[in-house]
Structures are given as structure tokens and as C-alpha cells.
Design a protein around this ligand. Structure first.
Ligand code: PLP
Length: 383
């Protein structure tokens, strides 16, 4: 049987409206041409679709369309942002601050730069999972060139005080990068209110296809971003490669849907999560990881005290959920995010991430509560 989907933080299905728009850009009778073909009307048509998508994504962020660079996803956007800033400095003249709870797509590029001689600092969150502006401020030196902080953590859903950190960066004249992959479509994202220089997003986290994302690059900024992929000079030289019209139309349509407003969807998902938590809470000995912080509507990261998370997952096989971070689940290491929050190995191993989204129904939630009740009670009575 197909499991009920509770893993929207790992990826989302493509919205039907998005799939339809993408399909129209693939075949001979569709909008298939190379958007860089300037010599004929089919090229212009493809370019028009790409630019419409660029406007829709820019609108979603409160940005100018000239500030949007297409990439293959948030991993590439993060690499381009971080390495693209660092390349402008000698390693010994460049200090980078990030946090210990970033996605690996930020942590690994920063570690890579560290191995090349750059100075790097990984700031830990509080026990509530949130990174404070004070803890960032305390690490700034006269060589700090870049600060990178995620808006919403992918494991806990905890929302960081991005606008405050942005203000600090502006005051100090430091470039500010935000990984907003988990934020877009869930909380209001505005590049001016957040005072960001660079911002990463990924379509497959907001009902668009995998394999397409964008990097917002501020125009009125002293920043000269160094390209990481060289080729035909596409995207004003910042990211070469033939533009994938269908993918770009996909992210654009997903953005356009959000531009119609997502507060109703947000409230509906939040209410479903409350319903789910009420059901789980009655089982006792459960806590929310990130408690005390603002948390994104779709995220519920629960520690089932004293129970083995893997065993619990086996007990709720009718649910597609995630233990720790989906991206590190190949290893049995406890989640580094929960560990950074001060969680014990045992509590980290007892934690599961349940995430809800656009297609979650009340009936899904009620079935999930029933499954958790049964599995938790079975594990407890087997003790
Ligand atoms: C999913 C995710 C990424 C990676 O995005 P891809 O488009 O899959 O490369 C990066 N950061 C965060 C916070 C994410 O949730």
C-alpha cells in the first residue's frame, strides 16, 4: 500500500498546474526552443516564458527580476553564493560565519573553503534550536566578509531572526546570504526587509519540480559574484548553461501560485499540525524539538522519550516520515542539528520529523494519530 505522505520537508509533489505548464514546454508543438536563440520567433517565445517566470520568482521575494539567477537547486545556489563571494578574497583576508545547523549544502562548501585556508566559524543555536543575533555578532572580526544563516531549519522548522541578522550585516558592511529553501511558501520572504545580499531557493520545496532553483543576487551592492560554472555566459555570466525552459516555467508557475497568497494554506496546515500534535501529545513523554521558538507551519519534530526512532518508524510504515535529517539518513549518526541544540544521542535517536503540506488532509492526520498510538503503545508494552 502507498504510505500517507508526511515528508513535505524532504520534497513536495509537483502541483498539477505546474506539471501542466511544464508539459507545454517540452514537445514539438510546445514551447521547446532554446531561450538563447535570438534568430527566430520560437527562441523569443521560450525567452518570454523564462522572463515571465523570472518576474514571478522575483515578485515572490520582493526582488527585481534582474536579481534572479537560475540554478539547478538550492545546493547549487548555496555553492554559488558562498564560493562566489569567497573567490574575491585571499583566504587569509576572509572570514566566513555560518551556523552549525545549516543544511549540508552550506556546511560542506564552508568546510571546503576552510580546507583552502579561509577562516570559518560555525555558530551553535540555543537549546530552542534558534540562532541568536548576539551569538553571530560575537564572532564578527575585521575580516568577516560573509555571514550565511538559514531562514527555516529543514529538520526542526525553527525560524531564525533573519531580519535582525540582516540589520547587523548591513551595519557592519558584511555580505549576508540566506538559505531560504525551507522558508519560501511557508513564511513571508522579502529580500529588502531581510537585508540580504544573496538568497537561495529550490522549486521542489514549494510544489515545483526537482532540479531547478534560483539565487537572488542583490544589484545595488558592492558584491561581485564569481561564477562557479563557466560556459556561454548565460545569466549575465553568473551561471552558464542552456536554460531549461520547462524547469524554469515550473518554478515560475509554483511561484505564481504562491503569489496569489498562501496565508489560507498556511493556516490550514498549521491547524492540521495542531490536530496531529494534540493526538500525539496525549501519548505522554513526547516533546517538540525546537519548543519555545517560532516554528514553520508544516514542521513537527517530535522526541518520543525512551523509544527508538527507527523501531517507531517501522511501527508506522503506513506513513512516509523522516528520522533526523533526510539528507543524512544513509548514516546512523544521530541528527547533528538536534545534537547542536544540546539533545542527547538517545533523545536524538528517539526523534522523528513529521512534515505536512498542501495535500495533507484531516483524514491523513487522524490515521497518523492512530498509527502513532498503536506503535508507541506496542513499543512501550514490549519494554
Ligand atoms: C532541500 C534543501 C536544500 C537543497 O536543495 P536542493 O534543491 O535539493 O539542492 C538546501 N537547503 C535547505 C534548507 C533545504 O531544505
Amino acid at each position: 500500500m502507498r504510505p500517507l505522505y508526511f515528508d513535505y520537508a524532504a520534497t513536495t509533489p509537483v502541483d498539477d498546474r505546474v506539471a501542466k505548464a511544464m508539459t507545454d514546454c517540452l514537445t514539438f508543438n510546445g514551447n521547446f526552443a532554446n531561450p538563447a536563440s535570438r534568430s527566430h520567433a520560437l527562441g523569443w517565445l521560450a525567452e518570454e516564458a523564462v522572463e515571465e517566470a523570472r518576474n514571478d520568482v522575483a515578485d515572490l521575494l520582493g526582488a527585481d527580476s534582474r536579481e534572479i539567477v537560475w540554478t539547478s537547486g538550492a545546493t547549487e545556489s548555496n555553492n554559488l553564493a558562498i564560493k562566489g563571494v569567497a573567490d574575491n578574497y585571499a583566504p587569509e583576508a576572509c572570514h566566513i560565519i555560518t551556523t552549525s545547523i545549516e543544511h549540508k549544502a552550506v556546511i560542506d562548501p564552508v568546510k571546503h573553503l576552510h580546507s583552502k585556508g579561509y577562516q570559518t566559524t560555525f555558530v551553535a543555536p540555543g537549546s530552542n534550536g534558534q540562532v541568536s543575533v548576539e551569538s553571530i555578532a560575537a564572532e564578527i572580526t575585521d575580516k568577516t566578509r560573509l555571514i550565511s544563516v538559514m531562514a527555516v531549519n529543514n529538520e526542526t522548522g525553527v525560524i531564525n531572526p533573519i531580519a535582525e541578522i540582516g540589520k547587523l550585516c548591513e551595519q557592519k558592511g558584511i555580505f549576508f546570504h540566506v538559505d531560504a529553501a525551507q522558508a519560501v511558501g511557508k513564511i513571508a520572504v522579502n529580500v529588502d526587509e531581510w537585508k540580504v545580499t544573496l538568497l537561495s531557493l529550490s522549486a521542489h520545496k514549494f510544489y515545483g519540480p526537482k532540479g531547478i532553483g534560483a539565487l537572488y543576487v542583490r544589484r545595488r551592492s558592492p558584491l561581485e559574484l564569481s561564477a562557479q560554472i563557466h560556459g556561454g555566459g548565460h545569466e549575465r555570466g553568473m551561471r552558464s548553461g542552456t536554460l531549461a525552459t520547462h524547469q524554469i516555467v515550473g518554478i515560475g508557475t509554483a511561484a505564481a501560485i504562491l503569489n496569489e497568497g498562501f496565508s489560507d494554506e498556511h493556516d490550514r496546515i498549521e491547524a492540521l499540525k495542531e490536530r496531529l500534535w494534540s493526538g500525539i501529545e496525549t501519548l505522554g513523554d513526547v516533546i517538540i524539538n525546537g519548543k519555545g521558538s517560532p516554528i514553520s507551519a508544516g514542521h513537527l519534530n517530535v522526541c518520543f522519550k525512551g523509544l527508538d526512532g527507527e523501531a517507531l518508524m517501522m511501527g508506522v510504515r503506513n506513513l512516509a516520515i523522516s528520522s533526523g535529517s533526510a539528507c543524512t539518513s544513509a548514516t546512523v549518526e544521530p541528527s547533528f542539528v538536534l545534537k547542536a541544540m544540546g539533545c542527547s544521542d538517545e533523545d536524538a535517536h528517539s526523534s522523528l520529523r513529521i512534515s505536512l503540506g498542501r495535500f495533507t488532509t484531516e483524514s491523513d492526520v487522524d490515521q497518523a494519530i492512530a498509527s502513532f498510538s498503536q506503535a508507541v503503545n506496542a513499543l512501550r508494552s514490549a519494554k
